[in-house]
Design a protein around this ligand. Sequence first.
Ligand code: AMP
Length: 196
Amino acid sequence: MADLSVVCIYCASSAMVDRVYFDATELLSGELVRGGVSVVYGGGAIGLMGKLADSVLGNGGRITGVIPKFMDDVEWSHQRLTELIFTETMHQRKAKLIENVDAIIALPGGTGTLEELFEVITLKRLGLFTKPIAILNTNDYYAPLKEMLNKCVSENFMKAKHLSMWSFVDRPEEVLPALKNAQKWSKDAINFAVVQ
Ligand code: AMP
């Protein structure tokens, strides 16, 4: 079973999403803090990012933000984080976000969240990132993504064993168990990365 001390969370910056997504973010934050898990995220102050930070801090937990300097310059960063790390570029931020974490959690989000999630899945397929990934499918938001990923396999763009790189879960309380019970992954994934 995977050891979980620090998780990286990708999530929406939008403040306009339905309340169901804010509630799920709050519930997950409580689960993480109670489980002794600290969080690394994109450092934003609004949307699900802001809710995540406020909830983790409100529950007495630890949360580190990693944000590019240009976003801090326009005052997008949360001001009360346990720690705030600045990068020059978006690429550096993505690398830093996953540097020392034990797992990844993707909450619902827009293109930024999807990009971050797809990069880490791609790294995992190549064996360059080997930690568990959980995707919180609140309100069935990610149903089309699940379908797309299954299509990647059914149309032979990916192998069936690549489906075990991530787990979709419907409820916040299922996230930590999914990460703890994730199928083991290793650098050897490079040996079956290509479909041929
Ligand atoms: P999205 O899922 O499209 O809302 O994107 C979330 C990601 O977008 C974050 O991880 C950041 O890369 C970036 N981002 C967009 N807006 C903000 C913001 N107001 N504060 C911090 N990060 C933001």
